[in-house]
Design a protein around this ligand. Structure first.
Ligand SMILES: [Zn+2]
Length: 383
């Protein structure tokens, strides 16, 4: 969450009780002109929230969110048209214009992939994302949580090499870009990743999808692929009504969910067998942390998101979030669906107090001590 968003805590959501997509009310469209990096920019979209000073949260027709402070806002103009997202064709044109020469488009049912690497890698990416998308939908459908189709085409930018990836991603990530191979950006709603094959560009041109699949199914590549799946899970969750962008979903839930899905299954071309299995890396991490863990570890994990922001605690927080989410999903699936339903309705830019968070959780799952005891018993099955 950026500083700018946190500075806009006073924003008032304009569309509170809406469908889980959060963006499906009958809105008029506005043309908003504002200052952006020393020039002025006009964006068509709908204003989701505004603060008392006149700052706004604007959702553009490409799915991008803009937080515009009152001091940056130059003009707001209502249009007679309703808000309609860009079509895939229109969005594709804009992406090509933005990214410049060397980029091409590859489109699948839900995704629009803009890439400057090999066609085969773009196809591999599209196929994997679609497979994940299907597995995700089926998973929630079986649990009777009805997701909706994405309102916007799901954009993925795939860069041929680290240099071009870092040039693009630096604006969003700063120096952290060096440690990242792919990420989902809540603000732009895009997946951004680098070609994972690591093969020289001359050879890459002749690679087939099959070779790529073989290369990335090797044990050494598994974590790399898991990272991309993890990030792509976030994108799907935020675009199908499970979560709403810029709303207060506890980090342990959104990360627990992404880690539940991240275990890759690259051998089969259709199914997704990794789903719902123990995530070996996270399980190992959590079991190592377990003896050192303070007694109020879960309360700290759930009441706010501080542990995820503290570099000293971050890794343990992720591992614990996986274990806790996994335990709850396996042993209390109905309550988990109920909890997700509650979180899906969270309004944009309103942050709950730690107490409210805990109360909402225990309101559905019951008091924490007995649940924690059951959790400890469950952990034995992970050893
Ligand atoms: Zn994540």
């Amino acid at each position: 969450m950026t500083r700018r968003i946190l500075a806009m805590l006073a924003l008032v959501a304009l569309c509170g009780g809406v469908s889980p997509g959060g963006t499906r009310c009958a809105w008029g469209m506005e043309k908003v002109t504002f200052r952006h990096q020393d020039h002025s920019l006009q964006v068509e979209g709908k204003v989701l929230a505004e603060d008392r000073q006149g700052g706004v949260l604007l959702l553009g027709r490409d799915g991008r969110m803009w937080t515009i402070g009152a001091d940056e806002l130059l003009q707001r103009e209502t249009t007679p048209e309703p808000f309609i997202p860009f079509s895939k064709e229109e969005l594709g044109k804009r992406l090509l214009a933005e990214l410049g020469p060397g980029f091409q488009l590859y489109s699948t049912k839900h995704y629009l992939i803009c890439y400057n690497t090999s066609d085969a890698f773009a196809r591999w990416t599209g196929a994997m994302f679609e497979r994940l998308y299907r597995a995700f939908h089926t998973f929630w459908k079986r649990k009777r949580f009805q997701l909706h189709e994405p309102e916007f085409p799901l954009v993925a930018l795939v860069f041929a090499d680290r240099a071009s990836f870092e040039r693009y991603a630096r604006e969003a990530l700063g120096d952290a870009v060096k440690e990242v191979i792919g990420f989902y950006n809540q603000r732009t709603n895009r997946m951004v990743l680098v070609d994972l094959t690591g093969v020289a560009p001359q050879r890459r041109r002749y690679m087939t999808s099959r070779e790529i699949r073989r290369l990335l199914s090797r044990p050494g590549a598994e974590r790399t692929v898991a990272t991309v799946i993890h990030e792509a899970t976030h994108q799907i969750a935020y675009n199908t009504g499970l979560q709403r962008r810029f709303s207060d979903v506890p980090v342990w839930v959104s990360e627990g969910l992404a880690m539940y899905f991240e275990v890759p299954d690259l051998k089969s071309s259709r199914g997704w067998r990794g789903l719902g299995k123990v995530n070996p890396v996270r399980a190992r991490g959590f079991l190592q942390y377990f003896p050192k863990r303070p007694p109020d570890s879960l309360v700290q994990l759930m009441k706010d998101d501080k542990r995820f922001r503290d570099p000293q605690q971050m890794h343990h927080a992720y591992d614990e979030a996986w274990a806790w989410y996994f335990f709850l999903m396996k042993t209390r699936p109905q309550q988990m669906v109920q909890y997700h339903q509650l979180l899906a309705q969270k309004p944009v830019l309103r942050w709950d107090t730690p107490q409210k968070r805990l109360e909402e959780f225990t309101g559905i799952f019951g008091p924490l001590p007995p649940l924690e005891k059951a959790f400890f018993r469950f952990l034995k099955s992970l050893r």
